[in-house]
Design a protein around this ligand. Structure first.
Ligand SMILES: *Cc1c(COP(=O)(O)O)cnc(C)c1O
Length: 467
């Protein structure tokens, strides 16, 4: 399988190079040159498979030529074998034709584990084959750092350094990162803000000599392999609810558009998906886009669902490329408009095609709390402030239809205890496998906001074995 860039000006690559590159050299994102399509019989044959077996079936065509089926099978078994629920991604019924898929049974209690657990192992596997090592450097405002650390811990070909703003992440968030004591993991608490942390990471990547010396890398949300691994749970939900013979829709609390784009990919691959519903918080750039056809950036407002507090949705470029018929030059032109003017207007035909599948609904913090309360009252279920936006959007989008609707729950309620307590009066506890989080030993290094210091630190860390 070959992959092409959404901006049409970078060479086509194989899966392993796409995995390691992340972003294409022309600034675009990678997509498969053609989509594997499963027949109705193929999808029927997925019934009864375990999550790990299904993952192999769904992803096999994408890694063909780079990984053998035996290698992929081993990596999937390792990735999903340690999840805290035997179904990995269980479905719960909320009402007539209404379901929620719980994607929070991984090591860090958020859906990003479903992709990152595999992607960390894929990195390690491909790097070892090439005889290479990388140093991953990233910044977190609290939510995503732990998933990256859990994905990379104990991987021989990967070192990982995650920066967070000192004193500005919650204790649960900090401890999820700093209690991983693996020798290839370092946490740095920076005296500054999240933006300072991001600027430090940028400064390291922008120093070409340092970047090459350390073989710096990232596992950010635009990596194709993350999207690929997320396609699996759409098939898992679909097959459980009667695909290919029964159509269904999905509702997804959305930030960078990576999760919901995987649902669109599943549709392209033969899953009978009718609608993809996007839930956004007050940072509603996508909902406004699907209402009016104009993508226009606004300032970011902090909300109760911080993982959706985004200014732009980087993975949206993938949908654009497909809606524009694979015209990379047109994508590049629109992205250039957006960068220069903070706005872009989608050609009418492309927007209409997107609107046939996608619709968006927004919920401010007050509506989010009300939805949590109402769900608790009507079903007894407690969801986190991201997941409940998915459920609330599903209810709005479901009104006119009678097909099954699956809302994706993207985080465990215990990750956002303050918001849950505010809405329901009950403080959610950590699940049993994390109950001792507050007793575990922490390791972190504190550092001033200084790129040169950070470079020395990363260099010393990467060289520790040769010292
Ligand atoms: C990352 C994240 C999202 C947003 O997912 P995207 O793929 O960026 O759209 C939603 N909810 C939670 C809990 C997340 O961590």
């Amino acid at each position: 399988m070959k992959y092409v860039s959404t901006r049409g000006a970078a060479p086509a690559l194989d899966f392993d190079d796409v995995l390691l590159a992340g972003l294409a050299r022309d600034g675009g994102l990678y997509l498969p040159e053609s989509w594997p399509v499963f027949s109705a019989a193929d999808i029927r044959a997925m019934r009864g498979l375990s999550y790990a077996e299904l993952a192999v079936r769904v992803m096999r065509p994408f890694v063909e030529g780079c990984l053998t089926e035996a290698e992929l099978t081993r990596l999937c078994a390792e990735s999903y074998g340690a999840f805290a629920h035997p179904a990995v991604a269980p479905l719960k019924q909320l009402g007539h034709n209404q379901w929620v898929m719980e994607l929070f049974h991984g090591p860090t209690l958020a859906f990003k584990d479903y992709a990152l657990q595999l992607v960390g192992r894929l990195f390690d596997h491909v790097l070892k084959k090439k005889g290479q090592k990388v140093t991953i450097v990233g910044a977190t405002s609290g939510d995503t750092g732990s998933a990256a650390i859990e994905a990379c811990r104990d991987r021989a070909a990967v070192d990982i350094v995650i920066l967070h703003p000192h004193g500005r992440v919650s204790e649960v968030q900090r401890r999820q990162m700093t209690t991983v004591l693996s020798s290839n993991v370092r946490n740095v608490a920076v005296d500054g803000t999240f933006d300072d942390c991001q600027d430090l990471v940028k400064a390291l990547f922008n120093d070409a000599a340092f970047r090459d010396e350390m073989n710096l890398s990232a596992v950010n949300s635009i990596n194709w392999a993350r999207v690929m691994a997320q396609i699996v749970y759409y098939f898992a939900a679909g097959v459980a609810l009667g695909a290919p013979d029964v159509p269904m829709s999905f509702s997804v609390p959305t930030g960078n558009f990576g999760n919901v784009f995987a649902g669109y990919a599943a549709k392209l691959m033969g899953l009978p998906v009718e609608k993809l519903i996007i839930g956004s918080n007050t940072n509603d750039i996508l909902t406004r886009f699907f209402e009016g056809g104009v993508m226009k950036a606004d300032g970011v407002v902090p909300t109760l669902s911080p993982s959706m507090d985004i200014q732009v949705s980087s993975n949206f470029e993938r949908l654009m490329f497909l809606a524009l018929g694979g015209d990379g030059a047109a994508v590049a032109k629109l992205m250039d408009d957006f960068r220069k003017n903070g706005a872009m207007v989608m050609p009418q035909g492309a927007w209409t095609a997107m609107r046939e599948v996608f619709e968006g609904y927004r919920f401010d913090d007050e509506a989010t709390l009300a939805a949590m309360r109402s769900l608790k009252r009507s079903t007894g279920e407690t969801l986190d402030p991201h997941s409940v936006i998915g459920v609330a959007a599903a209810l709005k989008g479901h009104a006119a239809r009678d097909c099954s609707m699956v809302a994706l729950a993207t985080a465990h309620p215990a990750k956002f205890p303050d918001a849950v307590e505010k809405a329901t009066g009950i403080r959610p506890g950590l699940p049993p496998h994390m109950a001792d989080l507050f007793e575990r030993t922490e390791r972190l290094d504190r550092m001033g906001n200084d790129a040169d210091l950070l470079k020395q630190y990363v260099r010393a860390f990467a060289r520790r074995e040769n010292a």
